[in-house]
Ligand binder design. Structure first.
Ligand code: SAM
Length: 393
């Protein structure tokens, strides 16, 4: 068979010209960022790290991890397909990384269940499926070591962005909704879903980085074990009520935790706190979720990651740097956002440039940022009433 050769990072990978093994050049950014993330993780582990790439196709990603992540001790590159494994083995030899990468041809879930006991777990587990990762999450949350990283890509954006809320519910356990903020909602649905799988095994997640780019979302979360922490999950999740008229989003947490000295009370949300009709435009609400309403990035992790970037190592360095900077600036405690053109369209006026709008909020003492998921986004802790008052002036 003739081969096409592709060079990315320090890997040179051969693909059969028959195109029966998956390769997507657009995902270079995703792979660059993942290399940087794993370098960051490896720097925390003096003894090195073990990585599982459960859906590895040609092995490109694993080969990059082997050659570019100092401290990657062992990598298991798994795929169920015979063609993928043949291609992967050829590439492992071609790149001379046989000492680091072990190829494996199994169903990813079976392999992850085999490695769920604490002494076999991996410091990093990477899931890069076709479409949705939902069938692999149950195994994945069990085979990540405590404090280790789970990295998950989802490419079924239509489902996550509200084209079929009912399908989203079957896969992710949450209703999606059409919205200008749908990419951030997608991230929060995925985080909610991973948390729910983790909680079944007394484990919980802490998001390090949540990315929306091109046609996919990618989340990086740490996994820990604690039954007590699992009981806090309901306070990190919210129902989302979105007005069909002005798209104003109202979040209703599933519950909250009240700590009083030594006593901890778990309070469920009581009664409908969202009125039937929207206060701002009189339309009704649609309900979606539950979504993750706690922070979606970890500030310290982002900072360390950004400082560790080496320009010569990454073709997509500038994009990585730019997106990490935007993520750092995102207000951590403000889920979702407004979009300028929607605000002005609903108010029926054509005023307010983004800059003026921002300064009005800042002058009133509120915080403002963008979301990396949308270029016209405005995140703010100002109450909706205040927003509508400025737009209408
Ligand atoms: N991670 C790769 C990269 O960065 O180039 C691409 C992975 S590709 C999107 C998804 C792969 O998952 C395919 O090669 C497919 O054969 C494999 N796959 C699908 N179902 C699987 C299963 N149940 N167990 C293991 N591999 C599976």
């Amino acid at each position: 068979t003739p081969y096409t050769s592709v060079t990315e990072g320090k890997a040179e990978v051969l693909f059969p010209s028959t195109h029966d093994v998956f390769y997507n050049p657009v995902q270079e950014f995703n792979r660059d960022l993942s290399v940087a993330v794993l370098r960051q993780l490896a720097s925390e582990h003096e003894g090195g790290i073990r990585i599982l790439e459960a859906l590895a196709a040609s092995g490109l990603r694993s080969i990059r991890y082997a050659k570019e992540v100092n401290g990657a001790l062992e990598i298991v590159a798994n795929d169920i397909s015979k063609q993928a494994i043949e291609c992967m083995k050829r590439n492992i030899t071609h790149n001379n990384v046989q000492n680091v990468i072990k190829s494996s041809q199994k169903d990813a879930s079976m392999l992850m269940y085999e490695n769920k006991v604490p002494n076999k777990r991996f410091q990093a587990v990477d899931l890069d499926p076709y479409g949705s990762p939902h069938v692999f999450l149950d195994g994945a949350v069990q085979c990540v070591a405590d404090g280790g990283l789970l990295l998950v890509t989802c490419t079924d954006m239509a489902v996550l962005c509200g084209n079929s809320p009912e399908t989203c519910y079957t896969k992710y356990g949450a209703l999606s909704i059409k919205s200008k903020a749908c990419h951030e909602i997608a991230l929060r649905i995925v985080l909610q879903c991973i948390e729910s799988h983790a909680n079944r095994y007394g484990r919980y997640i802490v998001p390090m980085l949540s990315l929306s780019a091109d046609f996919y979302v990618r989340v990086v979360v740490r996994v820990f074990t604690s039954q007590a922490k699992c009981k806090e999950t309901f306070s990190k999740l919210s129902w989302l009520y979105q007005c069909v008229g002005c798209e104003t989003a109202t979040l209703q947490p599933l519950g909250r935790i009240v700590v009083n000295g030594r006593s901890i009370k778990y309070q469920l949300c009581s009664g409908p706190s969202v009125p039937q009709a929207c206060q701002h435009c009189g339309h009704r609400h649609l309900m979606a979720g539950p979504i993750w309403s706690a922070p979606i990035h970890d500030g310290e992790f982002l900072k360390g990651l950004k400082n560790s970037l080496v320009e010569e190592d990454f073709t997509t360095y500038r994009r990585m740097y730019g997106i990490l900077t935007m993520m750092e600036e995102e207000l951590p405690d403000v889920p979702l956002f407004y979009v300028m053109d929607k605000l002005t369209a609903v108010a029926g006026i054509n005023l307010c440039k983004m800059v003026q709008f921002r300064s009005a909020l800042l002058n009133a003492g509120y915080e403002v940022s963008m979301s990396h998921t949308s270029k016209n986004s405005i995140k703010t802790n100002a109450p909706p009433q205040f927003i509508w008052d400025i737009v209408r002036v």
